[in-house]
Design a protein around this ligand. Structure first.
Ligand SMILES: [Zn+2]
Length: 441
């Protein structure tokens, strides 16, 4: 179900030992992301005769991850020892330290290296400190959006709506929020078969016959669940507007997080504006949307100077934003380690100097695809402002009018997040362009 560390130093490179530091580092980040996403406490990396095995400690279980070619092991070991200040030449005693991986710069990972037959064994400890922030970051949230989502998920009440173009994306985000709440000792309940299966320890309502269609969260089950008085309820795929409306009402007493498959936050907001009154809408904390795109291979990605026409099109599409403001946002993105491997800014106060796209031939590192891994582009619409009242008074409540209003308020739309991640060398400009075409009005 969850991709287990489908990591780049896999397969193709069996006869290579000259793996770059960047590649080792991004691959380790990927293992940590996977570990965080599945709620692992530790990651075990052990050399065997023919390959390295990666296992995740989740609860009492060791879940098998990917196998890596054994010849990259010395590189992984020396990389970890070097970055954590341990003795590179020592291999006969246990060494312990802490390491900051690039994509998790606010998140120190515990490191234990101990001698075993045939080499040294590595254990990475994913500490619970900053767990939520680091993992939400790995899911593509940063800056104000990250702050907002995190703040709302720490609140005692309110409604968080997570919308994503795919079910797995929703589930990962819900689960990331839930894992953090377990650490705080709160009682967590779940409703809807997807999230119920992902949170087996949560309070759930079991159907008596066991085979009724419980894929969709229904209203009766929600009532039964609320009688158990949980602190937080996670709901996947609520069916219809009626349940959405009662979820909204119930979220004045507790925190409710809902995952929905949808094309975007705006559509959901528009629906909520139609089915609820101002008083009920006050319970809504945030609506997020996320979309998964392919991530550019940093080894072979191409930068290019956008043409006059391309810049014109961009400034037209993002007409609520000056280039200077875009430049400020890029600086903020760097501060939050978005594309931190690029040392230069791609924008200036006057213009966009560089955009990125994939190399159509690819390279050995990315198995000639031009991409390695995935990157989420995200949007968070906060409703804890006076906006709702104003939005409700907008004449027709059309998506465009709501969009215009939010843009003027400084909301970072998914397209803008995508463009910023393109400036930082993560997303392919072709993908951003396509997204803009779809949403162009
Ligand atoms: Zn490549």
């Amino acid at each position: 179900m969850i991709e287990m560390g489908g990591i780049k130093i896999n397969s193709m490179l069996n006869n290579r030992t000259d793996v770059s530091d960047d590649l080792v580092s991004s691959s380790l980040s990927h293992l940590v992301t996977t570990g965080n996403n599945i709620g692992a406490a530790h990651i075990h990396i052990e050399p065997r005769e023919k390959y390295i095995i990666v296992r995740y400690r989740v609860g009492n279980e060791l879940v098998l991850g990917s196998k890596l070619p054994v010849n990259v092991y010395p590189k992984i070991l020396s990389h970890l020892k070097q970055k954590s200040g341990l003795d590179i030449n020592e291999s006969n005693r246990v060494q312990e330290g802490k390491i900051l991986l690039d994509n998790n710069s606010d998140h120190a990972i515990g490191l234990n290296i101990s001698p075993v037959i045939g080499g040294e064994k590595i254990i990475l400890s994913l500490s619970s400190v900053n767990h939520n922030i680091a993992s939400l970051k790995n899911l593509g949230y940063w800056g104000d959006n990250l702050y907002l989502l995190n703040k709302c998920s720490q609140a005692e009440r309110g409604l968080i709506l997570i919308s994503s173009n795919d079910k797995l994306g929703n589930l990962l985000t819900l689960k990331t929020i839930a894992n953090n709440l377990y650490f705080r000792g709160l009682s967590v309940a779940s409703l809807g078969s997807d999230i119920e299966a992902s949170l087996p320890k949560s309070i759930q309502i079991k159907t008596i016959d066991g085979n009724s269609n419980n894929r969709i969260a229904d209203e009766n089950k929600m009532k039964m669940l609320l009688r158990k008085n949980p602190d937080i309820v996670f709901i996947s795929n609520p069916g219809g507007s009626k349940i959405l409306s009662s979820i909204l009402v119930q979220s004045n007493k507790r925190l409710i997080c809902v995952g929905m498959v949808s094309d975007g936050a705006l559509g959901i907001l528009n629906k909520l504006l139609k089915i609820s009154n101002y008083h009920e809408l006050k319970n809504l904390s945030v609506i997020t949307s996320q979309k998964t795109l392919k991530k550019l291979c940093i080894n072979c990605r191409e930068s290019f100077t956008p043409t006059k026409l391309e810049i014109e099109k961009l400034t037209q599409y993002f007409n609520f934003l000056s280039i200077e403001k875009l430049n400020d946002l890029e600086k903020m993105a760097i501060e939050d380690s978005i594309g931190s491997d690029l040392h230069e800014l791609s924008s200036s106060k006057e213009t966009i100097n560089r955009l990125y796209r994939s190399n159509i031939h690819g390279c050995e590192d990315c198995q000639y695809t031009g991409y390695i891994g995935k990157v989420n582009i995200t949007e968070v619409i906060e409703s804890d402002r006076d906006d709702l009242g104003k939005l409700m008074t907008i004449e027709k409540n059309t998506l465009n009018e709501i969009r215009n209003y939010l843009n003027k308020q400084g909301n970072i739309s998914m397209e803008l997040d995508g463009l910023l991640k393109c400036l930082r060398g993560m997303t392919d400009f072709r993908d951003i362009n396509n997204l803009m075409k779809v949403n162009r009005v």
